[in-house]
Write a protein that binds this ligand. Structure first.
Ligand code: ZN
Length: 201
């Protein structure tokens, strides 16, 4: 039997940290020890920051983003390009696109992708609110920033059909060679998609 190194409170901290994406049991143990050693300069402010976020966190009633205010910081940002709506599956995708700095538009978070196998249908996603928003805001372009997976593409197809009656322009992300990617490392599907989506120079 393994003997306990620390009391149950510390073991519980380690177990909770191990559930954070990117941390396994070993990293969680290392993180817990680091936090304990830096309890004044790191652990206390971290606990305070978590408390504060926990007290204020809310889902944006406009786009579905997570923030401490609704409308969220993105929706409230007047400097963003009006008329373009970027549709993403998850808040993580919104944050990733924001990190890239490539778009300065507003978003609509679906909350997942259509997945018949998992029983996820249109009613489980924020698609009705997307349609209502396009009609209300007079959106000029809907950019479908969904994954190049079967579910992602099924969802893109469904939304394209749904928006057809509104007359809004619907675009999607290009599929192809990643920046810095070597051709001979790519799978056949990606190479074929890149050739189909070729552009003239
Ligand atoms: Zn928002």
């Amino acid at each position: 039997m393994r003997r306990a190194v620390a009391g149950p409170e510390i073991e519980r901290l380690i177990q909770l940290l191990a559930r954070v994406p990117g941390l396994g049991p070993r990293s969680a143990r290392r993180a817990a020890l680091h936090l304990i050693k830096k309890r004044e300069s790191l652990m206390a402010p971290l606990a305070g920051a978590m408390d504060e976020v926990l007290a204020k966190i809310t889902t944006c009633q406009v786009c579905g983003n997570l923030d401490v205010r609704s409308p969220c910081s993105v929706c409230a940002d007047e400097t963003r390009e009006a008329g373009i709506l970027v549709v993403v599956a998850d808040v993580a995708d919104l944050w990733a696109l924001e990190r890239s700095g490539a778009v300065s538009a507003r978003y609509h978070v679906l909350g997942g992708t259509l997945s018949p196998l998992d029983g996820i249908g249109p009613d489980d996603l924020n698609v009705a609110s997307l349609l209502a928003r396009v009609n209300r805001e007079g959106t000029g372009e809907v950019l479908l920033a969904l994954g190049a997976t079967v579910d992602g593409q099924t969802t893109a197809h469904y939304i394209t059909e749904l928006l057809r009656e509104t007359g809004v322009k619907v675009t999607r992300l290009a599929h192809g060679v990643p920046v810095g990617g070597e051709l001979d490392y790519l799978d056949e599907g990606t190479l074929a998609a890149a050739i189909r989506a070729r552009t003239s120079l």
